[in-house]
Design a protein around this ligand. Structure first.
Ligand code: F1P
Length: 320
């Protein structure tokens, strides 16, 4: 890590610690519950941010989108939507495994915290070589100064360690920037926040999330959310990969949860195993909200606090 980046992180962290000390105690999962429920509003707000959307790479640009954890999965969804919509070649990489010497016109770096080491390192290495655009939750973070362009979404930043609304709000911004009308997705999110969850979803022994196209990234994110918040056993795959081995795990008391339209016959294949097939009927981003609620319900039932989960921190900051 360069001295410049390390110093910026140290300065940021000393500020963050002061903020933390002045924070009053809160009930377990209080932040995650509130942040999760606010997603219809934060998506609507992102859809309105025309100036911020205009900062994203123009139509025709060849780009890569990078991030870690949740942000990497959102990068995958954006990449699929952008390229399939005819806006230009778009690759998605984990920041630690990115091939960025491919003549890209720009690299988009997604990070709620703006402090994730692998993201800062990559953006630092690209300085003066490739235009970088940061999509960032914390507007006082080091990534804001390091990226050539910073698009900040402070209204979607979060107190919970487990991310919910920043990730989906960034994707709402991306979708709107590609010309999509989010009215239907927002209405679906309102349903996802309000409707009761069936016990077959909250009480299962194991979960496999599936998606096609842009929903593959969201299936991976749902599985990560369930692990992070509730320590549940989850897996995730592109839907058509499920029959190629992973279906071996399906059994009574377990859930196979499809985001978006299911491949022909998959529901009957899963039913034959005795597992529950959840055919997600909402916009896949709203279906993710339902999975976040299952994660929250399971965390509460187990006495866990997803605002500060075991073994996790808000971002991964590695030693210099
Ligand atoms: C990325 C991230 C989170 C994950 C964990 C560590 O954070 O990988 O997705 O839940 O808490 O950090 P960021 O770069 O988006 O801030």
């Amino acid at each position: 890590m360069s001295l410049r980046i390390a110093a910026a992180i140290a300065a940021h962290l000393s500020g963050a610690l002061l903020t933390e000390q002045s924070t009053t105690a809160h009930a377990p999962a209080e932040h995650m519950a509130a942040e999760l429920a606010s997603q219809p509003q934060t998506w609507a707000r992102a859809a309105e941010l025309r100036a911020e959307q205009a900062q994203l790479p123009a139509r025709g640009a060849r780009i890569a989108v990078v991030g870690c954890g949740t942000s990497w999965f959102i990068a995958q969804s954006y990449a699929w939507l952008r390229e399939s919509g005819g806006h230009g070649e778009t690759d998605a990489f984990a920041a630690s495994e990115a091939f960025v010497d491919r003549g890209y016109d720009a690299v988009v770096a997604l990070s709620r915290s703006g402090t994730t080491t692998e993201v800062l390192q990559l953006v630092g290495e690209l300085r003066d070589r490739v235009r970088t655009i940061g999509i960032i939750g914390d507007e006082s973070s080091p990534l804001v100064d390091l990226a050539d362009t910073a698009v900040t979404l402070p209204f979607a930043d979060e107190r919970s360690v487990v991310q919910t609304r920043f990730a989906t709000t960034a994707l709402a911004l991306f979708r709107a920037s590609l010309g999509e009308d989010l009215t239907g997705a927002i209405a679906d999110a309102e349903r996802a926040v309000a409707e009761e969850l069936p016990a077959v979803l909250t009480d299962a022994e194991q979960y496999t999330f599936l998606g096609r196209d842009w929903a593959v990234g969201l299936a991976h994110e749902a599985a990560l959310k369930m692990r992070e918040a509730s320590q549940s056993w989850t897996e995730s795959y592109p839907s058509m990969e499920y029959r190629h081995g992973p279906i071996a795990i399906a059994a009574p008391g377990r859930v196979t949860w499809q985001f978006g339209e299911a491949p022909e016959g998959l529901d009957t294949d899963v039913a034959a195993t005795g597992a529950h097939f959840e055919a997600g009927r909402l916009d896949p981003m709203a279906e993710l909200v339902r999975a976040q609620r299952v994660a929250l319900a399971r965390a509460r039932a187990k006495g866990l606090d997803p605002d500060s989960p075991r073994n996790l921190t808000r971002s991964v900051i590695l030693d210099a």
